[in-house]
Design a protein around this ligand. Structure first.
Ligand code: NAP
Length: 274
C-alpha cells in the first residue's frame, strides 16, 4: 500500500496526517514528526499556528519534508480578507509558503465562499500556497466553486469515521478527482472501538481497534488525520502497513454508518463557524 496519495494538481500528500486541535504544546508535535508524521493539520481557529511554527523550528525533520496545512475561517471569506488571512497564517507559522490551504467551512448563509476560493486560486498562482482545497463542502458547494473558477479543489476535508462513512460524498469526490481527507477519523470520544466489526477485526489481525479504523480509511482511499497526545498512540496510529482488512471487514465497518452519525451535528448546509 502506498504511503502517499496523488493529487489532481500533480503533487502528493502523506497517506496519514496528524491533527493538531487543540494541542498547545510544540513538543507533542515534535514527537509526532519524530515518529514519522509528515502532515500537520492546523487552522486559524485552532489558535495554535504559532505552536506548529515552533515545532517546525524545533524538529530535526527538514522543512521541505513536512506538509503544513491550515484553513481560512468563516470570518475571512471576503476576497481581500482571505488573501490577508493566508498571509497572516504564513507569518504565524513562520513559513514562506503553506503546503495545503483549505476553506474551513462553507458558511453558506454568509455566501462568500466563492470569493475565498478565488483568493486561494490566486494565492496558489502567486506561489504563496502549494495545494489548495476545501473542508466541509457538499457536492453543491463544490459545483459552485468549480463553475465559478474552473479550478477543482485537490482535497475536501470532511467528517468521516465508521458512524459517518460519507459513502455518497466519497463517490462524488471520485468523479471529480478530489481526495477525501477525514477529520475525527477515529470518531473522537465516540470512537466505535467496541463495535463488533471493529473489535473482531482487531482481534483477528492482532492490532488495536484504532489501527483497524485507520486502516479502514486507507483501504477506502481516505486520508485520516488522527490526533493523539502520547508518543505511543501517535506511533500506533501510523503503523498500519502490517495487515490488510478483508473486503467483508471493510464493508462491515462501513455498515456502522447511520444518518445521525455526525459527532456534533455539523451539517455544512447549516453549521456556521466564523
Ligand atoms: N475541518 C474541520 O472542520 C475539523 C473538525 C474537527 C477536527 N478537525 C481536524 O481533525 C483532527 C482529528 O480529529 P479529532 O481530534 O476531532 O478526532 P480523532 O482524531 O478521531 O480522535 C482524537 C481522540 O482520540 C484519542 N485517540 C487517538 N489515538 C487513539 C488510539 N490509538 N486509541 C484510542 N484513542 C485514541 C485521542 O486521545 P489523546 O489525545 O488523549 O491521545 C483524542 O481524544 C483534529 O485535530 C483537527 O486537526 C478538523
Amino acid at each position: 500500500m502506498t504511503s502517499t496519495y496523488d493529487l489532481n494538481d500533480g503533487t502528493t500528500l502523506p497517506a496519514v496526517g496528524f491533527g493538531t486541535y487543540p494541542i498547545d504544546d510544540p513538543d507533542v508535535l515534535v514527537s509526532a514528526l519524530a515518529v514519522g508524521y509528515r502532515l500537520l493539520d492546523t487552522a486559524v481557529n485552532y489558535e495554535n499556528e504559532e505552536v506548529v511554527g515552533e515545532a517546525l523550528r524545533r524538529t530535526d525533520v527538514p522543512r521541505d519534508e513536512i506538509v503544513v496545512a491550515t484553513k481560512i475561517p468563516g470570518r475571512h471569506h471576503a476576497y481581500d480578507d482571505a488573501r490577508a488571512s493566508i498571509r497572516a497564517s504564513r507569518e504565524r507559522l513562520g513559513v514562506e509558503r503553506t503546503d495545503l490551504h483549505l476553506i474551513h467551512w462553507p458558511n453558506p448563509s454568509v455566501d462568500k465562499y466563492v470569493e475565498a476560493w478565488q483568493a486561494l486560486v490566486d494565492a496558489q498562482a502567486a506561489g504563496e500556497v502549494r495545494t489548495i482545497g476545501v473542508s466541509n463542502f457538499t457536492p453543491a458547494h463544490l459545483a459552485r466553486i468549480v463553475d465559478a473558477t474552473g479550478v477543482t479543489p485537490a482535497v475536501n476535508q470532511v467528517e468521516m469515521h465508521p458512524y459517518f462513512p460519507q459513502v455518497e460524498l466519497r463517490a462524488a469526490h471520485a468523479e471529480l478527482g478530489i481526495r477525501t481527507e477525514a477529520w475525527s477519523p477515529l470518531g473522537k470520544r465516540q470512537a466505535p472501538f467496541t463495535e463488533p466489526p471493529v473489535a473482531d477485526a482487531a482481534q483477528a489481525h492482532g492490532v488495536t481497534p484504532g489501527q483497524v479504523i485507520l486502516r479502514w480509511h486507507r483501504q477506502l482511499g481516505s486520508l485520516p488525520i488522527p490526533k493523539a497526545s502520547s508518543t505511543e498512540r501517535q506511533r500506533a496510529n501510523l503503523d498500519l502497513g502490517g495487515f490488510e482488512l478483508t473486503e467483508a471487514e471493510v464493508a462491515a465497518i462501513t455498515a456502522l454508518g447511520r444518518e445521525d452519525g455526525r459527532l456534533f451535528g455539523g451539517d455544512p448546509d447549516t453549521h456556521e463557524e466564523m
